[in-house]
Design a protein around this ligand. Structure first.
Ligand SMILES: *[C@@H]1O[C@H](CO)[C@@H](O)[C@H](O)[C@H]1NC(C)=O
Ligand SMILES: *[C@@H]1O[C@H](CO)[C@@H](O)[C@H](O)[C@H]1NC(C)=O
Ligand SMILES: *[C@@H]1O[C@H](CO)[C@@H](O)[C@H](O)[C@H]1NC(C)=O
Ligand SMILES: *[C@@H]1O[C@H](CO)[C@@H](O)[C@H](O)[C@H]1NC(C)=O
Ligand SMILES: *[C@@H]1O[C@H](CO)[C@@H](O)[C@H](O)[C@H]1NC(C)=O
Ligand SMILES: *[C@@H]1O[C@H](CO)[C@@H](O)[C@H](O)[C@H]1NC(C)=O
Length: 493
């Protein structure tokens, strides 16, 4: 028996994974807050709606239920498969070239057809030697959780090496879905509950930040983090995904893994460097969304939003490390709004939202106004991905009816319904409220700050509501009294 912990982060987030050799082979147990949950082998699928964009194979399961999977060969109209409509040939070439540069791969992998999750096999040379697999992994060396990561990598290698050697193959997977935003909107709580689903495997980290940031630039370094270092984060879940198939469709590997980097949606800080973008235009033509779509056309993107004024104050209390007070917040917020409004007198809102120079000015760095301009980012994803590959939630709804919001997420991800016992386990725990004692003492934002910020965000919320066809995103005054804060996120996202 080999117990090991992969401390993801935070107080109550230590996961223990135990391998037990039983008469039936290797059975994986996953622990959550000391509660052990047996991953059972019997699965029934929820009807997975066929999607026009996903060129999938429909495999009839029990009671005519279906599972859509990746096809080995992309459809003949590869173009429309990997690119949104209306892109010029030059733009397509730029995306191809950039992704080649970012991933080091000549072309995106052909995902295995019998896997719901995007996965592929890589040759494995047993002579490579134990201790070398993750030795140079960036996340194991430089990430803020490097120490924990390298500990987890060691355990993974210990457990997986002989399996890979035996097979001379190593299954590689990238996330099936991305919880792409947004910081201080309940992402930590949602993240924990999504992966409580028995068919969702766990990656190493919550915040890999690869697509949105690290692919282009590591902190204080001109070069990006290698793609393969990102893929390494999913090696253990890849083994879980490889191991389990559903009993009603025994050849199908139905488990999935996700990425939970809450900056993916809005972080395009390095857009000026991306091929196909022209700094003279003052705003990006190509964003991270294009790269993800090109590399994994079936990717699902979900995000949770919160009334932006409440989000902003919570973000300030959480990320700013200097002396904090509602008065200071007020004066910074006033400057921030003025800086942004000054920018929009000359440039478009979208241009200002993506302007790194503007947002590195002190007031905007501390009061991260741009993060709440949800409509800019949502519209950019709507332009690139088919609507049914995107899901946007509100923290307020999540708090009022967590069961319903979670079911929407599970449904969106094509996950089966939970049975009563599983549902109880997932819903039992109340929402995480992590506003620290010190930050609670600082008190609420001033009324005049709230008015200032609500006025600022009102037009942006209207645009979000319009883009999503849902007036809930206007956050009417009667629901502004806010629910609890979300969990800890030590890394600014
Ligand atoms: C992006 O490129 C398209 C052509 O592919 C062009 O029509 C459009 O104006 C460009 N937009 C921006 C913001 O550069
Ligand atoms: C910085 O980049 C160089 C290559 O240009 C690489 O060798 C080095 O490991 C990187 N350092 C960090 C901290 O990422
Ligand atoms: C970003 O904003 C600054 C002002 O803060 C402006 O000088 C600069 O031209 C803008 N950059 C782009 C690419 O629009
Ligand atoms: C905004 O622009 C006005 C007019 O140009 C200027 O007086 C003011 O200082 C600017 N505000 C900030 C915060 O830079
Ligand atoms: C959660 O939602 C599902 C599906 O709508 C329903 O069957 C179930 O009874 C709900 N559970 C609770 C605790 O409300
Ligand atoms: C909370 O405040 C106290 C006194 O102001 C300080 O000593 C302590 O370090 C703070 N704790 C944190 C986690 O910031």
């Amino acid at each position: 028996m080999t117990p090991f912990t992969c401390g993801l982060k935070g107080r109550n987030l230590v996961f223990t994974v135990l391998f037990c050799i039983s008469a039936f082979g290797l059975t994986t147990y996953l622990g959550f807050n000391g509660q052990f949950q047996h991953r059972r082998m019997h699965f029934i699928f929820r009807e997975h709606k066929p999607m026009h964009h996903q060129f999938g194979l429909e495999n009839p399961g029990e009671n005519g239920q279906k599972l859509t999977l990746n096809l080995e060969k992309p459809p003949s109209d590869l173009e429309t498969y990997r690119f949104p409509a209306g892109l010029s040939e030059g733009m397509k070439k730029s995306i191809e070239k950039s992704v080649r540069w970012m991933t080091g791969l000549k072309e995106p992998p052909k995902f295995l057809p019998e896997y719901k999750n995007p996965c592929w096999y890589e040759d494995f040379d047993p002579l490579i030697g134990k201790g070398k697999i993750y030795r140079d992994n960036w996340y194991g060396m430089f990430h803020p959780y490097a120490k924990k990561n390298s500990g987890a990598f060691k355990s993974w290698e210990f457990n997986l090496y002989s399996w890979w050697s035996q097979n001379k193959k190593r299954l590689r997977c990238i996330p099936y879905f991305y919880l792409a935003g947004i910081a201080k909107c309940g992402t930590t709580d949602l993240f924990q509950r999504i992966r409580s689903h028995p068919d969702v495997a766990d990656g190493l980290l919550k915040m890999s930040q690869w697509w949105g940031r690290l692919a282009y630039n590591t902190a204080g370094n001109g070069s990006g983090v290698p793609f393969i270092d990102f893929v390494d984060l999913f090696d253990y879940p890849a083994r879980v995904i490889e191991k389990y198939t559903c009993t009603t469709c025994p050849k199908l590997h139905h488990q999935i893994v996700g990425d939970y980097s809450t900056n993916t949606l809005f972080d395009n800080d390095y857009w000026i460097r991306l091929l196909g973008n022209n700094p003279q235009l003052h705003e990006p033509n190509i964003t991270t969304a294009h790269y993800i779509r090109y590399f994994q056309p079936g990717a699902k993107i979900l995000a949770i939003f919160r009334e932006p004024t409440e989000r902003l104050y919570s973000d300030y209390l959480f990320f700013y490390k200097g002396v904090k007070s509602p008065e200071r917040f007020h004066s910074l917020a006033k400057q921030a709004v003025e800086l942004f409004d000054n920018c929009t007198k000359i440039f478009s809102v979208r241009s200002c939202a993506y302007n790194r120079t503007l947002h590195s000015q002190e007031a905007l760095r501390i009061v991260r106004l741009r993060v709440g301009l949800y409509h800019v980012y949502v519209n950019d994803y709507l332009r690139v991905f088919p609507r049914d590959q995107l899901l946007f939630l509100r923290l307020e709804d999540y708090h009022n009816n967590m069961n319903e919001s979670l079911n929407r997420v599970y449904n969106f991800l094509g996950l089966r319904d939970l049975n009563a016992r599983e549902e109880y386990k997932v819903l039992r725990k109340g929402a995480v409220n992590s506003r620290s004692k010190n930050n609670t003492k600082i008190g609420d934002a001033l009324e005049r700050t709230k008015i200032l910020l609500r006025n600022f965000y009102a037009k942006h919320n209207d645009l979000l509501a319009e883009a999503l066809g849902d007036d809930g995103f206007k956050w009417h005054a009667n629901e502004i009294k806010q629910p609890a804060d979300n969990g800890p996120e030590k890394i600014a996202s």
